[in-house]
Every structure is written in structure tokens, then in C-alpha cells.
Design a protein around this ligand. Structure first.
Ligand SMILES: NC(=O)c1ccc[n+]([C@@H]2O[C@H](COP(=O)([O-])OP(=O)(O)OC[C@H]3O[C@@H](n4cnc5c(N)ncnc54)[C@H](OP(=O)(O)O)[C@@H]3O)[C@@H](O)[C@H]2O)c1
Length: 217
């Protein structure tokens, strides 16, 4: 049985952990305040889940999800994540995260920042724009008519394949936006950010996405 580690167990982390245990994975959840503050969530998730320190969640996960406010990504421990697939759900909200010049001038993307912080990991952008509640309500079996699709982006094709398989198990089709640097196509204020979309609709949304500079011109 594979284990998914969670760094961050708020709206998105807890929902993904629910999906993980429901699909037969083990889950190790963590947050900044310590495992004792996650006792209730761990109890709800059941015998295949436990709460642990961030370091332990990173070490235990075959795949690890980083789902915390972007401003805190530098605290994510790199060594235990070396060689692993790391799923990045994070978004940039300057009012929450403070201004990050490279994101303001769009010379990089949120997931590239995490990849730079975790150079030995295989970062895949995923789950960054679906409302947390919809993760457990919008999933459908593969082949369902008008099944919702979710965007991924990443620089490692095999890591993306693994994450696409996971997303399929969670109930969604996948649309590959390309390399991590293409992740801006599904950042806040782009057409695909938020609404329920099929794969075909999402591909059009990615194509019609515009940079902030262009939108604000
Ligand atoms: N909410 C959504 O619908 C949604 C959808 C897609 C993507 N996102 C993005 O996904 C990320 C998480 O969003 P969220 O809504 O789940 O946030 P949230 O509900 O505020 O939860 C954040 C979690 O991160 C933990 N955390 C904060 N700093 C940490 C650190 N340095 N190390 C370990 N854990 C830390 C928090 O634990 P403590 O309380 O102990 O600090 C909490 O468990 C954000 O970047 C957000 O923009 C959110």
C-alpha cells in the first residue's frame, strides 16, 4: 500500500487525505503546529492515516503533497523529499503571501519556486484551483459523460503520469498544460481557475489564458 504524505492539512490537504484513504492509500498528515493538533482529522481518516511532524510526513510519503500558504514554502524540508514526486497545490495571493517580485513580474511560476527550493524532487502542479469542497463531491468514475478534468504541469513526464493516475483514481480526467513554467495558464484570474470544466473545455481555457500584464494593459 502506497503512502501519501501531506505538508499542510487545511482545506485542501484534509480533502485530499480523505480521497487518499478512500482510494486505498495510507495518509500521513502534518501542519505547522504539530501532530497533536490534527488528532481529530487523523481519527476521522481512520486506521490507514496518522498525524506526524512535517519531517516525518515528508519521509513517509511515496508521494508528498505540499499544500500550505505559498509564503511558507521555504520551510518545507528538502532532504526527505529528494527523489520523490511532490505535488504542489499552492497559489500566489499577495495579500496573504506578501509581494514576491518574480511572480509579480511573471518571470517564474509558483511551482517553479517550489521546484527551485526542492531541486532533487519531481514537482508536479495539481489541485491548485479546484475548491476544496469539490474534491470530494465532483469526482466521477473514469469514462463518465462530462467528467470534470483537472490541470497538471510538470517537468518530469513519468512523475506527471503517476499524478495523472492518482487524479483518475480520485475521480477526474487530466489535462497536461506542459512544463512547470506553463503553470501560469491556470493561475488565479485565468479562465480555467475555479469552474467545473471537462478536458475539452479546459484545453480551450489554457489556450485563451493571458498574462496579468496583458490583462491589465
Ligand atoms: N482552499 C481552496 O479551495 C484552495 C484550492 C486550491 C488551492 N489552494 C491553495 O492550496 C494551499 C493550501 O490552501 P488551503 O485552503 O488548504 O489552506 P488552509 O486551509 O489555510 O490550510 C493551510 C495548511 O497549511 C499548514 N501550514 C501552514 N504553514 C505551514 C508550514 N510552514 N509547514 C507545514 N504546514 C503549514 C496549516 O497548518 P497550521 O494551521 O498548523 O499552520 C494548514 O494545515 C494554498 O496555497 C492555497 O492557495 C486552496
Amino acid at each position: 500500500m502506497k503512502t501519501i504524505g501531506f505538508i499542510g492539512a487545511g482545506h485542501i490537504g484534509s480533502q485530499l487525505a480523505r480521497l487518499a484513504v478512500a482510494r486505498g492509500y495510507k495518509a500521513v498528515v502534518s501542519n505547522s503546529r504539530g501532530p497533536e493538533t490534527l488528532a481529530e482529522l487523523a481519527a476521522e481518516l481512520g486506521p490507514n492515516a496518522r498525524a506526524a511532524s512535517v519531517e516525518e510526513a515528508a519521509r513517509a510519503g511515496d508521494i508528498v503533497v505540499v499544500t500550505i500558504p505559498l509564503k511558507n514554502i521555504k520551510s518545507v524540508p528538502a532532504a526527505p523529499l529528494a527523489g520523490k514526486i511532490v505535488i504542489d497545490t499552492n497559489n500566489y495571493y499577495p495579500q496573504r503571501d506578501g509581494h514576491i517580485p518574480e511572480l509579480d513580474n511573471e518571470s517564474t511560476t509558483t511551482a517553479e519556486l517550489l521546484q527551485r527550493h526542492l531541486p532533487a524532487s519531481k514537482v508536479v502542479k495539481a489541485f491548485n484551483y479546484i475548491y476544496a469542497a469539490e474534491l470530494t463531491t465532483h469526482g466521477q468514475p473514469a469514462g463518465s459523460k462530462n467528467r470534470r478534468a483537472l490541470v497538471i504541469a510538470g517537468d518530469d513526464p513519468s512523475a506527471k503520469q503517476t499524478v495523472a493516475h492518482l487524479i483518475d483514481q480520485f475521480g477526474f480526467d487530466t489535462v497536461d498544460a506542459g512544463a512547470l513554467k506553463e503553470g501560469w495558464r491556470i493561475q488565479r484570474d485565468t479562465p480555467g481557475y475555479g469552474p467545473r470544466r471537462t478536458a475539452e473545455e479546459l484545453r480551450k481555457d489554457l489556450q485563451s489564458a493571458r498574462r496579468y500584464a496583458e490583462m491589465n494593459a
